[in-house]
Design a protein around this ligand. Structure first.
Ligand code: NDP
Ligand code: A1CAB
Length: 270
């Protein structure tokens, strides 16, 4: 059985563990978790998912087939330096760290199979949109098994490593944009008298419906938008405001800034 160690046990690690254990891809007894200092969080993960807390870093890492790197970019140097001496030479590294390149990870951990994945926290409900790139030491067989593992948390597509910056901006950070829209649309509806729970339900169901329509893939978004927008009607009145307030420019600026930040983080922590 594949033994997995999560180095870093925060939001992203938990979302992945949730997906992996729900799908029964890996038995929780083969999933080990470690972090910097937050013992309560490790106990919480153990209680919620039945995973194992790493007692002896050296033993856990020596026995691990897969090591997930799930700490913030700023903590990568310390964490990677700390695990490097104990890693099994055949262990495959799967990093979810934003921005930090395969080359940087290689500099700390040596030449070994390394995959970089950009998932998102919807992994917790099996709906991550993950993108992946790898170095040349990941065999075709290993690629298949990594993809299969990650499919337990959602969809997976291979991209060039360079594209992971924009992927991070779009789908890694993406859920936060939609939560922001949810907050604002909900508040705006409540301003006009709708109660919170009705506003929440109607907005979420609307997002889900729109997502399903887009997922069918047979009609372009602009045509779907046209079908909602009656000439002289309510949608047209609403959309005019989005245009007047330059929401399009805001979206371009949002993706520009986020993908640029991914590049900066990669450079800063190389
Ligand atoms: N959150 C998200 O939506 C996404 C995050 N990512 C990436 O995932 C990574 C983790 O993000 P997230 O889960 O949100 O962050 P969190 O802050 O929730 O978790 C970070 C984890 O790293 C641990 N850590 C810090 N330093 C070390 C160390 N030296 N050795 C071992 N563990 C350490 C922390 O331990 P302690 O608590 O003890 O300090 C904590 O468990 C980031 O690189 C982020 O870019 C990628 C996609 C989406
Ligand atoms: O905000 C961040 O830096 C991380 C990467 C993608 C989502 N969260």
């Amino acid at each position: 059985m594949t033994k997995i160690v999560f180095v870093g046990a925060g939001s992203m690690a938990e979302a992945i563990i949730n997906g992996l254990t729900k799908e029964d891809k890996v038995s929780p007894e083969f999933i080990h978790v470690t972090n910097k200092s937050d013992v309560d969080q490790l106990q919480l993960l153990k209680k919620a998912y039945n995973v194992q807390i790493v007692c002896e870093k050296k033993i856990a890492l020596t026995e691990a087939n897969i090591v997930f790197l799930a700490m913030k970019p700023k903590d990568a140097k310390e964490a990677l330096t700390g695990i490097a001496p104990f890693l099994n030479k055949n262990a495959t590294i799967i990093s979810v760290i934003a921005g930090v390149t395969i080359q940087t990870i290689t500099n700390y951990l040596g030449r070994r199979p390394i995959a970089r994945v950009m998932p998102n926290t919807s992994a917790a409900v099996g709906l991550s949109a993950s993108a992946i790139s790898w170095n040349d030491l990941v065999s075709e067989e290993e690629k298949k098994s990594i993809v299969s593992l990650l499919e337990s948390i959602g969809t997976v597509q291979a991209v060039d490593e360079e594209d992971l910056h924009v992927v991070t901006a779009l789908s890694g950070s993406g859920p936060a944009y939609f939560y922001y829209f949810a907050e604002q649309f909900e508040a705006a509806a409540m301003k006009h008298g709708l109660n919170k729970s009705d506003a929440r339900h109607l907005f979420v169901q609307t997002m889900e419906g729109a997502a399903q329509m887009l997922k069918k893939g047979d009609v372009e978004p602009n045509e779907l938008r046209r079908r909602v927008t009656s000439p002289g009607g309510t949608t047209e009145a609403g959309l005019e405001q989005l245009i007047q307030y330059n929401v399009k420019d805001a979206i371009f600026a949002c993706i520009d800034a986020a993908q640029n930040k991914s590049r900066v983080l990669g450079k800063q922590y190389e």
